[in-house]
Design a protein around this ligand. Structure first.
Ligand SMILES: [Mn+2]
Length: 291
């Protein structure tokens, strides 16, 4: 362990906002998780693990941290109101989006994506969503809350974003019924992804400005057991990174989040995978910008 490293993403020396091209925004928000709790510890575990990553990115042969990665302090949870918390997340994201930073948010539960998408949509009215998840998250509400993690894609669909979901393998009958009228939601079930040339499907999505929302439970539990609802039959490391590499090469990505990591102390591989995934996405984006 190297305690001398700054407690930032990658253990990189903190930089002023004026020099930051990427912002890693920690949002340890958790209120509506259904099964195994702990997503509030997700951002801390990812940042902790990231400090032990190699900063040379071997696939793109680049050093993405040199672009300028800022790790601001975490957004402290509003305990009395989910609505208040959603506003706080959106207001914080605005400060960075307005400065043309690429905001990569670390959750926390999936409900945090809604205010983040809203803020990005203000800047990019055609905003589309690339969504990796085991769950469709299309419930009208869940356990009495419209800000539930299980409703997040429903909320996003209501503000008019086209949503392309991949890896879905848990969906309710009501959600399937509703899909008939949700014309802007395009579900690709996990079993369908396995029957196709999955990583090349990335190139076939329409052009536009995209926000990527990755629920860590899109991975198979053998790669990431540390999540609230670990569904069998998920993606492998190379399926997710291969898809994202192809997608980012051919599409403009303007923001991202990684949510639902619920770290356990005895299994750090999940948090380390999450940290590497964030860094790889930054590498792919930097590569596209510089090519
Ligand atoms: Mn999920």
């Amino acid at each position: 362990m190297n305690d001398a490293l700054p407690y930032t993403f990658g253990g990189i020396k903190q930089i002023p906002l004026s020099r930051a091209k990427f912002v890693i925004l920690p949002v340890p928000y958790e209120s509506t998780v259904s099964f195994k709790p702990g997503t509030r510890f997700g951002p801390e575990a990812i940042i902790f693990s990231s400090r032990f990553m190699e900063l040379y990115e071997e696939e793109t042969h680049s050093e993405p941290y040199l672009e300028g990665i800022l790790t601001p302090g975490e957004i402290v949870q509003e305990i009395d109101s989910a609505g208040k918390m959603m506003k706080k997340i959106q207001n914080t994201a605005r400060k960075f989006v307005e400065k043309n930073c690429f905001v990569f948010t670390l959750g926390g539960e999936h409900s945090i994506s809604f205010p983040l998408v809203k803020e990005h949509q203000k800047k990019y009215p055609d905003l589309k969503i690339l969504h990796f998840d085991a769950h469709a998250d299309l419930r009208i509400q869940y356990e009495g809350s419209k800000f539930s993690h299980a409703s997040v894609m429903r909320r996003i669909s209501e503000i008019g974003c086209e949503i392309y979901s991949f890896g879905i393998r848990s969906i309710s009958k009501d959600e399937v019924e509703d899909l008939k009228k949700l014309n802007n939601v395009h579900i690709h079930f996990a079993h369908e992804c396995r029957n196709h040339d999955f990583v090349n499907m990335a190139k076939t999505l329409p052009q536009g400005n995209y926000y990527i929302s990755i629920d860590i439970d899109c991975f198979d539990p053998c790669f990431v057991p540390d999540t609230g609802t670990p569904e069998p039959g998920g993606f492998s490391w190379y399926e997710v990174t291969g898809f994202l590499k192809n997608f980012i090469k051919t599409h403009n990505v303007v923001g991202a989040d990684l949510v639902e990591l619920a770290p356990s102390h005895h299994y750090c591989a999940s948090a380390f995978l999450a940290a590497k995934l964030v860094y790889k996405v930054i590498a792919y984006i930097t590569n596209r910008r510089n090519s």
